[in-house]
Write a protein that binds this ligand. Structure first.
Ligand SMILES: [Zn+2]
Length: 559
């Protein structure tokens, strides 16, 4: 390796680092050199400094870890970007505290058409269920709504329910519910998107939610001003990703509009992260509508912006009893949840998606949903033949012994979120652990069990459901504790957790030969951390911060 001639000079070098390449053949190094958006060398400081020319940008890692940029395998960029501007209610507990922060926020937003709070615990009032009357007592004359951290339940005050036209209830599709009170009026609790959509739409962020709510396109088409505002929401979300060391995003809601906004940003100044946006198939669609997924995939297929995926929701969540279980809920023994598709409908869909050569990612939280989705993938394999399809199951909060080996057998990826197990990070133990019941605890959020059974496990935050920070996810995975002493240990080692945010993420997008590893010829996507992550005690991992993020050879974040 020598630096004769400027043609060999690196555009950028990172020196003085503890480089964890995630490349088994060359696991550790001191420095990395980058040119034309790709890694050209990984090695000793002396060897890499040979590639330094007069114009080479030098980044001193100061002994901190240097990793492949994080690959976020499940998140919601557009709504996450929008929510950065909402009232953040995580960690707020009790009526008085809730009243204080909501009133303070309202006073700073005199113009807002709808005040929106995010991340309020289901147990914010302990055992008492939140109703519109609680919220009326806080804010009687302005519309207010607030979402649970999982984004599957919202609560609204009377003003908001009235303005949205749902105070007297409304018939909704399966799995969605406007909870009614004894007085015959909506109680304030709104379960799933069809129930709270009308309230959220009043916030003027309807376009943000489309990719999640319907997968459809804005109608009417947004004005130039609205488009510019939406691009700014995307930019805010992308910057938030870059500051957390993320270089690739696998988005889990989408439509053509999101792809267009990102393509516009790409054309204007370049994207700071690589983004995959899926086509979102809903249960009211027909199979011919998958044509749009194929069109999105053909039109957007660069290393920066792509589609190639169909996202589906099979069930809801445990906390509102909308997740689909094999056996009844432990605290509602006549109820197993209601799927958004019949198993046959889902299998037909899986066959059709697979036949188009597209990848599929399906939200499946209960063990009944996980089973039906695996059945669908099996049907696709039988119908279309076995191929390297890498279909995914998202969340897998509960599964069964019978289904664990099927992930490896069918080549299905387990996409899991270390911040999600109750007690692991921000989510309280209750009500979730009582819904699941001790008999199912051993196979709840069972990353270790699935990995040991040969499944590819990818990690993510599901932002804005959980904080986006991959290092918090890594800490949660490393420090995971069983709910009962008799439950198996589901924790991951640091190395396994890092792999689930890098190489395994690359595998999930068929890119393990181009990214997720620091290796010559790979994309120059990397993150420099503030400390040596391997020498950091698990309890201190959250203190390790991204200092520099580099994507495609360009610095996208600098602390
Ligand atoms: Zn999600």
């Amino acid at each position: 390796m020598s630096a004769t001639g400027t043609g060999h000079n690196a555009d950028l070098i990172v020196i003085n680092g503890r480089v964890l390449t995630m490349d088994g053949g060359n696991p550790a190094a001191e420095a990395v050199a980058v040119k034309d958006g790709a890694i050209i060398a990984v090695g000793s400081r002396a060897a890499i400094e040979e590639l330094k020319g007069t114009a080479t940008q030098v980044i001193d890692a100061k002994g901190g870890s240097v990793l492949p940029g994080f690959i976020e395998a499940h998140m919601h960029l557009f709504s996450g970007g929008a929510e950065l501007a909402h009232l953040q209610l995580g960690g707020v507990h009790g009526f008085e505290a809730l009243k204080q922060v909501i009133r303070d926020y309202a006073s700073t937003k005199p113009e807002a058409k709808m005040l929106v709070g995010q991340g309020v615990d289901y147990t914010v009032l302990d055992d008492e269920r939140v109703t519109r009357h609680h919220l009326d007592a806080i804010l009687p004359d302005r519309p207010f709504c607030m979402a649970a951290p999982d984004h599957h339940t919202m609560w609204a005050n009377t003003k908001a329910l009235e303005m949205a036209g749902i105070l007297h209830g409304r018939a909704l599709g399966p799995g969605n519910e406007i909870v009614m009170g004894d007085d015959g009026l909506a109680a304030g609790e709104l379960r799933e998107g069809e129930a709270f959509g009308p309230v959220l739409d009043l916030a003027g962020e309807g376009r943000v939610r489309l990719g999640l709510a319907t997968g459809g396109e804005p109608d009417p088409m947004p004005s130039a001003t609205e488009r510019a505002a939406d691009r700014d929401i995307m930019r805010r979300g992308l910057a938030w990703c870059a500051r957390h060391g993320i270089t690739s995003i696998q988005n889990m809601d989408g439509n053509l509009y999101q792809l267009e906004l990102l393509a516009e940003i790409d054309a204007e100044e370049g994207l700071p992260c690589r983004v995959q946006i899926p086509f979102h198939y809903k249960n009211f669609m027909t199979l011919d509508m998958l044509d749009k997924a194929s069109v999105m995939t053909e039109r957007y297929n660069s290393e920066w912006l792509s589609c190639g995926m169909v996202k589906v929701f099979y069930d809801g969540v445990l906390d509102s009893w909308t997740a689909v279980m094999v056996e009844p809920y432990a605290d509602r023994t006549d109820w197993v949840g209601e799927p958004l598709f019949t198993p046959q409908q889902f299998a037909d869909l899986a066959v059709a998606v697979d036949k188009r050569g597209l990848q599929m990612a399906v939200h499946s939280i209960g063990d009944g949903a996980v089973r039906a989705v695996l059945d669908g993938y099996e049907a696709a394999q039988k119908a279309n033949g076995k191929r390297d399809s890498r279909h995914r199951v998202e969340h897998i909060e509960v599964t069964t012994t019978a289904d664990v080996p099927r992930f490896a057998e069918l080549g299905v990826i387990a996409s899991m979120q270390p911040p999600h197990p109750p007690g692991a990070m921000d989510f309280p133990l209750e009500p979730t652990v009582s819904r699941i019941g001790p008999a199912r605890w051993p196979l709840s959020y069972a990353w270790r069990t699935l990995k040991n059974a040969g499944a590819h496990v990818v990690f993510a935050s599901d932002w804005p459901v959980s904080p986006i920070d991959p290092i918090l996810g890594i800490q949660a995975a490393v420090m995971r504790k069983p709910w009962a002493d008799s439950d198996p240990d589901q924790s991951f080692s640091l190395q396994e957790s890092l792999a689930a945010y890098t190489v395994e993420g690359a595998y999930a997008e068929f890119a393990e030969h181009r990214k997720g590893t620091l290796k010559s010829g790979y994309m120059a996507d990397l993150v420099v951390l503030s400390a040596d992550i391997e020498k950091t005690a698990p309890a201190d991992l959250h203190k390790v911060r991204p200092v520099t993020t580099i994507c495609g050879g360009k610095v996208t974040y600098q602390a």
